[in-house]
Write a new protein. Structure first.
Length: 157
């Protein structure tokens, strides 16, 4: 039986990084979770019943952002129990944080890939997930100074 793996990221660059892992999808009973935007609706057709969307939220809209974030936490909880993954693999950012914490609480293994964009500083989500990740991967050797227990495996681009 194939392991059930949930791939989750926010939209934009984080999603682009995650989609570079698509060759892994066929090896697992996989699911994709990201934010719903016009630019990524194609995923629903390409990956059929394996894609779920959270509400798109940005910190640039400070009034609605906390409400969207709270909604996404509850939806993440629902999706977690619907999918019940053995592993959660993420490239970040804010969208992935709650799902990783929920997964850790209920026994999933967490694999976090720190953003390629961060060469020498921690991301907010990286700070949050680093202590609970089963495997924390950085894409720059210099980031091993920032995250001493991380693994460097090169770039996913």
């Amino acid at each position: 039986m194939k392991s059930r793996v949930l791939f989750i990221s926010s939209t934009g660059g984080h999603l682009s990084e995650m989609m570079n892992l698509k060759d892994m999808f066929k090896k697992y009973d996989y699911y994709i979770v990201t934010e719903k935007t016009k630019s990524n609706l194609y995923l629903k057709n390409k990956y059929l019943n394996r894609v779920f969307f959270l509400v798109y939220g940005t910190k640039h809209h400070m009034i609605s952002y906390p409400f969207k974030g709270l909604y996404n936490c509850f939806k993440s909880l629902y999706l977690y129990f619907k999918i019940h993954p053995d592993y959660i693999i993420t490239t970040g950012a804010h969208t992935a944080g709650p799902m990783c914490l929920i997964g850790k609480l209920f026994g999933s293994r967490i694999i976090f890939i720190e953003s390629f964009a961060n060469v020498d500083t921690k991301t907010i989500t990286g700070r949050l997930i680093y202590p609970v990740a089963d495997l924390f991967i950085v894409q720059w050797k210099g980031m091993l100074k920032v995250y001493p227990k991380a693994h460097y495996n090169g770039f996913i681009y």
